[in-house]
Design a protein around this ligand. Structure first.
Ligand SMILES: Nc1ncnc2c1ncn2[C@@H]1O[C@H](COP(=O)(O)OP(=O)(O)OP(=O)(O)O)[C@@H](O)[C@H]1O
Length: 257
């Protein structure tokens, strides 16, 4: 459970998705998805493999176009944006890749400085140094500044990946399977870090996962996705209190497999 009260503005919808459809030929992946995400909220999208979670995220950042429906992110209608407008939007929507996506030939510090230098022309070396130190401190890994990614554990790589997204101070963080492939203790650390980011930087987050513990610990609200639809939404305890057969099935699946 969170040891702080999230600062959520329920009047401010930073993501508004309405009746979204997306198919690939005869594969009807999204079949009428609607979702509001509020400023400062951590929302978890829970669903089994292949239900369309990644397709949804790609539509949110304009990497895929929907067949129909509306997608508004930070006040912009995403499908209508030009390429330069999309690039601008993507600076405000940070995507945390599953593997951290670090450059193996650069030190941790260089990996963190890279997006900052590329996206902030004219930034001084002093400012870069200060921002790198701040995000490294935020993820609890100040001591790794001069290390190479190959010297880090899987959990540390994830943390540095999160720091690299965070350094551009996005309004929205998208976490793709943040705890996949990690041992339970490291999972707990990553879950705590996701909450710490919410608390310290007041970001809005979408967390895609099939890890129920991650959903429970990080999510202010959960949506459960099945076959391209949201079959349930609400706080974790409310969703999983349900006697709905589809929800039980998901719950059992998590513990059996
Ligand atoms: N670019 C694409 N072209 C064709 N089919 C695609 C494309 N992207 C995704 N799909 C299909 O859409 C469906 C949903 O895929 P998606 O990656 O969103 O699933 P997911 O819920 O994120 O699964 P996982 O948890 O395994 O990552 C799959 O059947 C996939 O094959």
């Amino acid at each position: 459970m969170k040891n702080f009260k999230p600062n959520i503005d329920w009047q401010d919808k930073v993501i508004k998705i309405n009746d979204l459809y997306k198919s690939f030929d005869s594969n009807h992946v999204l079949r009428g998805i609607s979702l509001d995400v509020h400023k400062g909220e951590n929302i978890v999208v829970l669903g089994r493999s292949g239900t369309g979670k990644s397709v949804l995220i790609k539509i949110i950042v304009g990497l895929l176009s929907p067949d129909s429906g509306a997608v508004n992110v930070l006040g912009k209608e995403v499908p209508a944006l030009s390429n330069p407008e999309l690039r601008e939007l993507r600076l405000k929507v940070g995507f945390c890749f599953q593997n951290g996506a670090l450059y193996d030939s650069m030190t941790v510090g260089e990996n963190l400085a890279f997006p900052l230098k590329r996206n902030t022309p004219g930034i001084t070396r002093g400012k870069v140094k200060q921002m790198v130190e701040t995000v490294l401190d935020a993820v609890g890994l100040s001591q790794t500044l001069h290390q190479m990614p190959s010297e880090l554990s899987g959990g540390q790589r994830k943390r540095i990946g999160i720091a690299r997204t965070l350094i551009l101070r996005p309004d929205i963080m998208l976490y793709d399977e943040p705890t996949a492939g990690l041992d339970p203790i490291t999972c707990t650390e990553i879950n705590n870090l996701i909450n710490e980011v919410q608390h310290r930087f007041n970001t809005t987050s979408i967390i895609i996962t099939h890890d129920l513990t991650c959903a429970k610990v990080t999510g202010d609200n959960i949506v459960v996705m099945k076959e391209g639809r949201f079959i349930k939404r609400g706080p974790f305890d409310e969703v999983f209190e349900s006697n709905d057969e589809l929800i039980r099935e998901f719950y059992d699946y998590n513990f059996i497999q």
